[in-house]
Ligand binder design. Sequence first.
Ligand SMILES: Nc1ncnc2c1ncn2[C@@H]1O[C@H](COP(=O)(O)OP(=O)(O)OP(=O)(O)O)[C@@H](O)[C@H]1O
Ligand SMILES: [Mg+2]
Length: 177
Amino acid sequence: MDTHDLSWRSLNLEHTRSLGVCLGEALQGGELICLSGDLGAGKTALAYGIGQGWGALEAVHSPTFVFVHEHRRAADGMRLYHLDCYRLTSPEDAYSIGLEEMLAGDDPLLLEWAERITPLLPEDALWIRLEADPTDEGARLIQFRAKGGPALRLLKIVQGWINAAHSITRKTDAAGD
Ligand SMILES: Nc1ncnc2c1ncn2[C@@H]1O[C@H](COP(=O)(O)OP(=O)(O)OP(=O)(O)O)[C@@H](O)[C@H]1O
Ligand SMILES: [Mg+2]
């Protein structure tokens, strides 16, 4: 299968948000980003950074009670959809909030609890799974899985961002020697 994986460890909330900013800045339209992980794993924290990097006029918060948030930015007419799939218990639920139209459209789509509706989603997507780190309550283990051109493009950008961040760390370490 033509999927690519990557793992990363976020050290704190800001670290997760800055990964989101990197992703948000890279969005061109039409991408599907599927966030998965338990309650409090950091999905909304990552979504917050994505909204910031993309240029959303309003901060991205949890969409839990409205299912869908439609964000806009000043630069162009593009929209960023942010959905919480936690309470979508049937395909009818998902279709009633316009999932099919959003998947078919050109605007980037960001799903929390995407694993709840996997059968309804296309295979081409960037999946990001966040998990608690048993060794550090402020850290998160983040697994990426990309399939399809747009997701692979995003994954490469994330890989570059991770590499750059590590090289800064090394330089800082060297400077401190
Ligand atoms: N490294 C980290 N990355 C992200 N969040 C972290 C990190 N360390 C601690 N946190 C805390 O974990 C919580 C993450 O909450 P968030 O709402 O993003 O989770 P969620 O996965 O969206 O949960 P839910 O499924 O309830 O929507 C926040 O309180 C945040 O401060
Ligand atoms: Mg959330």
